[in-house]
Ligand binder design. Structure first.
Ligand code: G3I
Length: 424
């Protein structure tokens, strides 16, 4: 959750510096939000008038005995003022959402005709897929691509040094491919979920480079032709701002571990698409996004074989990027000659208001990123980090971050994502 707080803080800071909204074209939804905002503001004005009356009554009563009626009027005045503030805050939130909705509509209305549909992907936990047929069925019915949630990480594939364990991942990958689904590999070099034999001892730079090369060679050779796109390095940039995050790879090998990872991956499978993948890089001018652009620009300037950047898009109703902002982020990476992908999207419903309001805000966040991916010719896929709230990695009660609820019923977000990503 620390990561999410960081993203929240950074998104909040960065989004405050965002350019003014595009010219608005009101959509029916935006219009209804504006009407509700107007009603709330009128109610807030009534509250303030009542509070004023109560304050006058309090002053008059203060001149007479007993004084407790003055106290009663003052406390009522305070309650009305507090309610007025709350109503105004809610109205402002509705107006912001209406404006953002109109902005997407405005940009979408002026956008070029849609390009070909984009693969819709999701992360899948193999144990869950095997034990919950309804979830497996939902995957087969609605999704084109699978990212094994944990099964292709180093701790799972090389639990003992040199002793690779491919059986479970093979069954998972072959099951998906047997049903015509693409498989996205995640993640070859990552600072987390490492096997104990790797973290339990010290290594020299050369020894760890050999470990990295052996792992990448073995895994990519094993899955060659079946897994054709990989997150080669995952979450390499430091939480806040510039530079590489401290992990075993950066600390023992040094900053060029990223170069080596991509070069080893290209040697192992020259036909695979090689991605750098990270979180908190949805906003175009966000410090992390700037740091990732700097990182990949350096890789390309050194001739390192990198093909794309994965934008994880783990966001919330309160802290996310609008469609146009994500579109600009994707455009800037594409302008560097890179493919892009939304690789792990989920949207926590941490906003106020009714459940319907929360699901509407979640729908809006998902739709914005889906629209941005569809509009970007170099966006190669759109992936949510799971199907149903029941199995999300986010365990905070009530956050409900995915497009299907606990009962595997589609939420409002799914219809929009399916429309923007898959409809011709
Ligand atoms: O497999 C063991 C199981 O044997 C044991 O009984 C159980 C006890 O807790 O743990 C199981 O391992 C868990 C693993 O998921 C497999 O389910 C780990 O505890 C748990 O920490 C791990 O969480 C994963 C997390 O990455 C680890 O950082 C989440 O499922 C996974 O969704 C999440 O995915 C990451 C991406 O890889 C990178 N981007 C961020 C994303 C969310 O954190």
């Amino acid at each position: 959750m620390r990561r999410l707080f960081l993203v929240a803080l950074l998104l909040c800071l960065a989004s405050a510096a965002q350019p003014p909204a595009a010219p608005a074209q009101t959509t029916p939804r935006a219009a209804s939000l504006m009407v509700r905002a107007g009603r709330l503001e009128a109610a807030a004005r009534r509250d303030l008038r009542t509070a004023g009356r109560e304050r006058r009554l309090a002053r008059a009563a203060a001149k007479k005995a007993p004084r407790r009626s003055a106290r009663r009027h003052r406390s009522r005045a305070a309650r009305y003022r507090k309610r007025a503030r709350s109503r105004r805050k809610h109205a402002a939130s509705l107006r912001r959402r209406a404006a953002a909705l109109s902005q997407v509509k405005a940009v979408a209305a002026s956008a070029p005709p849609r390009r070909a549909p984009v693969p819709l992907g999701t992360a899948l936990d193999w144990r869950v897929a095997r034990t919950d047929p309804a979830l497996a069925d939902a995957f087969l019915r609605h999704f084109d691509q699978m990212t094994p949630e944990n099964e292709l990480k180093m701790y799972a594939l090389q639990p003992l040094r040199g002793a690779y364990s491919f059986a479970s991942a093979d069954r998972m990958v072959d099951w998906a491919r047997a049903h015509g689904k693409r498989v996205r590999g995640h993640a070859l070099v990552y600072g987390s979920q490492l096997p104990a034999w790797l973290t339990a001892r010290d290594w020299t730079r050369d020894e760890l480079l050999e470990v990295m090369r052996d792992h990448i060679q073995a895994v990519m050779t094993h899955f060659r032709g079946r897994v054709t796109e990989w997150d080669v390095v995952n979450e390499g940039v430091v939480d806040w701002g510039d530079g590489l995050t401290p992990n075993i790879w950066s600390q023992v090998i040094g900053p060029d571990y990223v170069d080596y990872a991509f070069r080893f991956a290209h040697e192992a499978d020259p036909g695979a698409k090689l991605f750098y993948n990270d979180w908190g890089i949805e906003l175009p001018d966000h410090p992390r996004t700037v740091a990732v652009r700097k990182l990949v620009s350096g890789l390309k300037s050194r001739g390192v074989p990198i093909d794309g950047v994965g934008i994880q898009d783990h966001v919330t109703n309160r802290y996310n990027a609008t469609g146009p902002q994500v579109a600009e982020t994707l455009r800037r990476f594409a302008a560097m000659g890179l493919d892009v992908a939304i690789t792990e999207m989920d949207v926590q419903t941490d906003s106020g208001g009714s459940r319907a309001d929360q699901l509407e805000a979640q729908r809006h966040a998902f739709a914005g990123s889906a629209w941005a991916c569809r509009m970007e010719p170099r966006c190669t896929s759109f992936t949510s980090w799971g199907i149903s709230d029941r199995y999300s990695w986010i365990e905070t009660p009530g956050m409900a971050p995915l497009m299907f609820d606990d009962a595997l019923e589609p939420k409002p977000a799914f219809a929009d994502v399916e429309d923007w990503i898959k409809k011709p």
